[in-house]
Design a protein around this ligand. Structure first.
Ligand code: OSB
Ligand code: MG
Length: 384
């Protein structure tokens, strides 16, 4: 493989309106804010990465201004002028700075894209080259759609019907205390065979275990992150009380967290979200652990722009990603994304990895500029 030397890094903070607000157990978001990392190599190739951040510290604690500060002051200077022979060297180059996984993941993603383009490889094939032997990219991923909390059961059923009509084969519903058993019952009654799962985003407490056993009758694929975002131990106490598989999202931030979670029986499925674990190098390590443990996994998302989604899709096309991933078509999120072409849902609820090198899509500079101007005009951003 050809090495790259990083010549310059430009940061663009973009604000892009969602087609509809996305509501979870901790509130509603109306816009995607993304920090886009544009990395140029000495050879003149450009790689793009996305820091998956949000308007306020809800799911993760990283906000746009935090990401700008951490990148601008610390992470970017640590990579400028550096030669990289393997993108998996990046975590060691940044090791003296702790935390800020979503931010560092975006920077690492730009390195991965530039490195793949330099070697004229699709990013998905570059990932596969570092996966266990025999794990070649499938060139496509089975995906589902994540549906926010709706104002009523009727509205929920209507959104689900629309997504099924669009071709999605797996539905994930956001739940919270007081919005759980009834909605699961209504959806299951309307769709007896639907691949259905729930995501609580940490809204429950250990004493809710008995309440959650009521979900067992609905034949759910899994329940995602029922308990605290930073807890593994209590999930280990909860899982044996449920027939429904527990999927961990928030509380697995490193490969070490996953080893611990496996040790204490805290999960039956993993949501592998590249931003949450700090980048694709850590993803590859976690992927290896899942293969070894026979743990089912899928790739999670954070309503990314095309840049982040393309990289997530490249990873989701690896063969041990064996449950539908949270990577939907562009028209699920935005009227107009910042890249072309849009992702379009294919047959059997799949998305196809673009054929081009790296992430395989074209960033539209004028749209990035417009979204950056929209950010500047709207900051400080008021939570709705
Ligand atoms: O918990 O998986 C989550 C979006 C933002 C923050 C957290 C989550 C989500 C999603 C979106 O569920 C899934 C997607 O990107 O389509
Ligand atoms: Mg989740």
């Amino acid at each position: 493989m050809k090495a790259i030397t990083i010549q310059s890094i430009n940061l663009h903070t973009a604000l892009l309106p969602y087609l509809a607000p996305f509501e979870t157990s901790f509130g509603a978001e109306t816009d995607k804010v993304a920090l886009l990392v544009e990395l140029t190599t000495e050879a003149g190739l450009v790689g793009w990465g996305e820091c998956s951040i949000e308007l306020w510290p809800g799911y993760g604690y990283e906000t746009a201004l935090m990401a700008q500060h951490i990148l601008g002051e610390f992470l970017v200077p640590a990579l400028l002028g550096v030669e990289i022979r393997d993108p998996r060297e990046v975590p060691a180059l940044l090791r003296r700075f702790r935390g800020n996984h979503h931010t560092r993941a975006g920077l690492e993603a730009a390195v991965w894209d530039a490195f793949a383009k330099t070697n004229d490889l699709r990013l998905t094939d570059l990932f596969a080259s570092y996966a266990p032997p025999g794990h070649e990219s499938q060139g496509a991923a089975v995906v589902g759609v994540s549906i926010g909390i709706q104002p009523s059961l009727e509205a929920t059923l209507a959104v689900i019907q629309r997504r099924l009509d669009e071709g999605y084969g797996r539905v994930k519903l956001k739940i919270k205390r007081g919005w759980d058993i009834d909605v699961a019952r209504a959806v299951r009654a309307a769709h007896p065979d639907l691949l259905l799962m729930l995501d609580a985003n940490s809204d429950y407490r250990p004493q809710d275990a008995k309440h959650l056993t009521q979900l067992d009758e609905f034949n759910l694929l899994m329940i995602e992150q029922p308990l605290s975002h930073d807890d593994i131990y209590e999930h280990g106490r909860l899982q044996p009380q449920l027939q429904t598989r527990v999927c961990l999202d928030e509380s697995v931030k490193t490969a070490g967290d996953l080893r611990l979670a496996l040790q204490v029986g805290a999960l039956g499925v993993l949501n592998l979200k590249p931003a949450r674990v700090g980048g694709f190098s850590e993803c590859l390590e976690i992927y290896g652990i899942c293969v070894e443990a026979g743990l089912p996994l899928w790739v999670g998302g954070m309503l990314e722009t095309g840049v982040g989604r393309a990289a997530n899709l490249a990873f989701a096309a690896l063969p041990a990603v064996n449950l539908p991933s949270d990577i939907s078509a562009t028209n699920r999120y935005f009227a107009e994304d910042i890249s072309e072409p849009p992702f379009v849902l294919g047959a059997d609820s799949t998305l196809t990895v673009p054929a081009g090198a790296g992430i395989g899509i074209e960033v539209q500079r004028e749209r990035v500029e417009a979204a950056a101007a929209r950010w500047r005009e709207n900051y400080p951003y008021k939570r709705s």
